[in-house]
Design a protein around this ligand. Structure first.
Ligand SMILES: Cc1cc2nc3c(=O)[nH]c(=O)nc-3n(C[C@H](O)[C@H](O)[C@H](O)COP(=O)(O)OP(=O)(O)OC[C@H]3O[C@@H](n4cnc5c(N)ncnc54)[C@H](O)[C@@H]3O)c2cc1C
Length: 327
């Protein structure tokens, strides 16, 4: 039985939240049964020794460090070399990456190089007897598929960001440099073109107030939905028709082609609950749905369903929250 290698990512100089979520999944597998796996990690970049030490102490365990100028920006050949070197050193038979653009790019290469089983976009992984069970959503989130991996070969999996809580434990681990040969790399990094952003990161919000087509027009988002979000200290989200109509930018979209979120509280206003929306929010801790159609599918996932006109309920809620806060 081999160990688990968690491949961390650094974004804007910080270890990503998604990397700590990988640790949650890794520790759940490592701690299950008598598998006896150890969690090992890898941090890749330039000048990232401090980040590697931080990760080693916050759940990463013994952490390999691929630190080179040529790794300052993501490039697939450098990452592939670093991950293969770390996987060998860690004696890993399970390699976990985030389901992010870097993960999508490099993970299949790692799987091909190791002749490993590859499962992408999982939301959960667990020990299953001698093997592993990996869970992913299929048919646009209508069903959850359980994939069993048996046999001795290694497994490479990418995990959906936001699918579980970030690891909050500690670990005692040292950092170990790994040599990465960068000459002969075929892919050349050119530049990062970041999308214009108003700084909305719904995956980190504790509370989200989302509006759908039922809100009616962009002004109503400003007049009705935003005030409730402000009163609750929440982020604002939206369904796809709202974004397609240009009422809000794409970064506000929740769903299969938007963000997958898991806040403590999700308030859906005038959203029908199409499967493509549900797949992005149904694992929220507590869901309140406001819809005037009693048969709206959103009520199937709601903890509290309010069958009413949102233009009556939402302002009343906003007022009640403001009053409760003494405003
Ligand atoms: C490939 C693909 C990807 C997709 N990705 C996404 C995605 O990422 N996210 C997403 O959201 N959708 C996505 N969709 C679209 C999805 O199928 C639905 O069309 C969409 O989610 C519907 O949005 P809605 O609930 O806002 O609108 P509608 O389905 O039109 O529902 C509006 C709701 O508002 C209610 N309502 C109206 N007025 C009021 C009122 N005054 N008070 C209370 N309730 C009111 C109505 O009863 C209705 O239930 C995708 C579709 C496809 C094919």
């Amino acid at each position: 039985m081999g160990n688990i290698l968690v491949v961390a990512e650094i974004q804007k100089g910080e270890l990503r939240e998604a990397s700590y979520e990988l640790l949650t999944q890794a520790h759940a597998v490592a701690g299950a049964g008598d598998a006896g796996r150890k969690v090992r990690s890898l941090v890749i970049g330039s000048g990232v020794a401090d980040a590697a030490a931080e990760f080693a102490g916050k759940g990463g365990g013994d952490t390999y460090l691929a630190d080179a100028e040529g790794l300052a920006a993501y490039n697939v050949n450098g990452w592939e070399a670093a991950i293969l070197a770390a996987a060998e050193a860690a004696e890993a038979d399970l390699i976990l990456l985030s389901n992010t653009p870097s993960g999508w790019d490099v993970a299949p290469r790692i799987a091909a190089a190791l002749d490993a089983a590859f499962v992408s976009d999982c939301f959960k992984i667990e020990a299953d007897g001698d093997g592993l069970a990996l869970y992913r959503r299929v048919f646009n989130g209508k069903l959850d598929a359980k994939l069993s991996v048996s046999g001795a070969g290694p497994v490479v999996a990418t995990m959906q960001p936001g699918a579980c809580a970030a690891y909050e434990g500690t670990s005692q681990g040292a950092t170990h440099p790994v040599e990465v040969k960068l000459d002969g790399a075929k892919a050349v990094f050119v530049e990062v073109k970041a999308a214009e952003s108003k700084g909305v990161d719904l995956t980190k919000a504790d509370i989200i107030v989302s509006g759908g087509r039922g809100v009616g027009d962009p002004e109503k988002f400003t007049e009705v939905i935003q005030p409730l979000a402000d009163a609750l200290g929440a982020a604002m989200g939206a369904s796809r028709p709202v974004v397609d109509a240009g009422w809000l930018p794409h970064e506000y979209q929740v769903g299969s082609s938007g963000q997958v979120v898991q806040p403590k509280l999700y308030i859906a206003c005038g959203i029908s609950g199409a499967i493509q929306h549900l797949v992005g929010m149904k694992t929220s801790n507590f869901i309140v749905a406001i819809n005037k159609d009693p048969d709206a599918p959103i009520f199937e996932v709601a903890d509290i369903g309010i069958v009413a006109d949102l233009f009556e309920v939402v302002p009343a809620l906003t007022k009640a929250v403001q009053e409760a806060k003494g405003g």
